[in-house]
Design a protein around this ligand. Sequence first.
Ligand code: SF4
Length: 424
Amino acid sequence: MRYDSHDGWPYSKIEHWPPMTYRDRSVPTPEALAAFADFLKTDNSASQNRELQPWLPFCEGRCAFCYFPVSCEKQNVAAYIAALKKALGFYAKNRYVQSSVFNELYVGGGSPTVLASHYLMDILQFCRGNFNLTRDCTTKVTACTNSLSDDKIRLLSASKVNQLDIGIQTFDDSLRKMLLLRDSGGDARQKLKVAKKHGLSVSIDLLYNLPKQTKKQWVEDLKQALELEVESVDCYPLDLYADTPLARRIAAGELPPIGDDAAEMEMYVEAYHLFKENGYLPTCHNRFSRIKEDFDKPSSEVVGTGAGFFMGHIGSYLYSDIDDVKDYVAAVDRGVLPIARLATLSQEAEMRKAMMLIYLRVPVEREEFKMQFGKFPEEAFPDALRRLQEKQLIEIADGKICLTEKGDPWRFNIAWEFFKDCEN
Ligand code: SF4
């Protein structure tokens, strides 16, 4: 399929992010923080999928496109690990978390594998010793190939880590150089092979619509992922943030601009078809996967902490932590929760959030929705659902509301449809 123009597109612009990201949240008042702390003292009686996320925001150096709050200063690591354990310990001591069971432990960042192995082991042991993890709890660790020595891979595998989530971005050496990635495509491929040899599942990130990236280079990246038999691939269109080295080089005319929406769409559709033909199905935000669990309903709660951690969701609270490592450590040392932003979901917001399952490629069950909110989705969102059905971006069948193949590239725009008539 070619996308030479916007003719016939259901939207004029492709959205890259859904509503309710941490950027929308406000700085908490002391009263809001106290209410959150009080909530943590209550019992959690709901049995749902739940994730534990210790956050290690360290990297070897900053990649040219990266807009995450990461730290490249290794001298802060020991103090940070101590503070992280103290903050995790705060959550672990509270009744709500003590009465919660976690089926996934996700060590995020940053690139946690840049840290010395003993720090990684310390955090894994701390989480396993202080939280209720299910017997078959999946453990995933975020990694980058240049910090993955063979010894580290062996140790992670022996420590019951199931999966490495690795930011490959591209295997192409000229593009890797432009992105300031520190090893070659060949080195990265080799590390993936070693990880797989040691029984680790491998999930990689690839970036598309990069400056200078041709469709041929993109297809070659996709084919290499298939050849390496990785378990899943998250394909992200480049989101250009103004204060990144890549954006500055484009602004200075040293690099050409990124492709327009039509070029981006064409690359996405290429990936969509290639992966489907090879047994990988679309799931989650941007993933093509052959891991069965990737198609389960996503975790309804994420308990976590760390500098730059942003996915917190406990009860009806959404939270993200202080970005800066030193400020995070100082806050924990003062004995305060290192939370920078906090939001409480109203019943209305919970309903909108429930509809966002569609963009994650998970069907919304009409009866389940009615049991939870007292009305069917089409009673709560008549206009949005009518618009989406008319455009054939969703279908309603057998009591489920699902994304269609036509709707797939527009899944983030679809998520926004349920927020059109509200502030947040
Ligand atoms: S490794 Fe990941 S988190 Fe670290 S700078 Fe690069 S893109 Fe950002």
